[in-house]
Design a protein around this ligand. Sequence first.
Ligand code: ATP
Length: 366
Amino acid sequence: MADIELRNLSKHFGSLAAVDDIDLDVEAGEVVCLLGPSGCGKTTTLRMIAGLEDVTAGDIFIAGARVNDLAPRERDIAMVFQFYALYPSLTVSENLAFPLHAERITKEEIERRVREIAGLLDLSHALGRVPGRLAEGEKQRVAVGRAVIRDPQCFLFDEPLSRLDIAVRQEMRGQIKQLLNGLHKATVIVTHDQIEALTIADRIAVMRDGIIEQVASPHDIFAKPANVFVAGFIGTPQMNLVEANVIDADEDTATVNMLGQEVVLPLHAEVSLQGTVARRNAPLTVGVRPRGLAPASEAGPTTISGQVDLIEPMGAETLIHLRIGENDLRVVTSRGHPAAVGETMHVAPTPGQVHLFDHDGVRIAS
Ligand code: ATP
């Protein structure tokens, strides 16, 4: 039994299905990130779990009990919002202790928990300060600490780091992951920041238009996207997704017509093109990440050729845009790239880096 279970959960605002019949299980000790573009239903899902939004249909279970009809404070959850609200006149220690005053625990136990949480969140040095004398990252850590100190059944985070600047955010990602690892609670985090999701989550639920497109580990979401939406949404720079037609296929390769060129693609060991997909002219979408294309010295059966249109230095790597007819093919090379704007460049998909999607945009895997 999962600690948080969503069953056929929907939320309609008038005719809009903000959340449309989703299922999700979050185990104790597991961190699940809801990730997706703006308006896909992440916050609405979180608010329904918290009890801040009524459900239109479906059920929510926390620790096995149906909580649809329970008020937020009866659900034994802690929620951390994007906007932290600390008591400005109380010290960090008093802010952290505040939620414990309503519970029947001794002063010594309160002090012990404050010290423990402050240690986990690297706040021990700041316990005597008021919020006005804290850095932004420290303030948000106090807000997180205040939410988790009560030892609830599960945690809900709504874009907890989005207000922080990039350097602080990076540091806090690691701290939150460590904290959550130590607390062993079911946790749901809403974010539109894929790096945040990829670093913090045990599993990611990618949402679009109120539905969950894929739930998987960060590795599998990246390496085995279930469909073209997830493939294009996850990963920077974005995966190249190119329409193609099958010319021929065997166990290890598929010869396709893509970008007006005939290309022999190396197939992933798990993929075999069978049945209708192997049919001559069957339409496919070929997905290759920019780092999955390697420059080749000359054109050959496995290469794709294009004209260098734009070169974007990215520090240790360079992003090259190849123009092929109306299409833009993105290639990432290590520094010292081999071409200049206007030149013709040949690239070959690296074995293991070719993703194939069928006519409906669904990943082809055997
Ligand atoms: P963001 O990342 O921008 O916060 P989100 O994925 O969290 O987006 P939601 O806030 O859950 O998305 O909104 C999902 C859809 O429901 C959106 O189209 C939004 O406009 C709509 N919506 C949300 N709350 C309400 C409301 N109270 N009344 C009407 N429509 C709403």
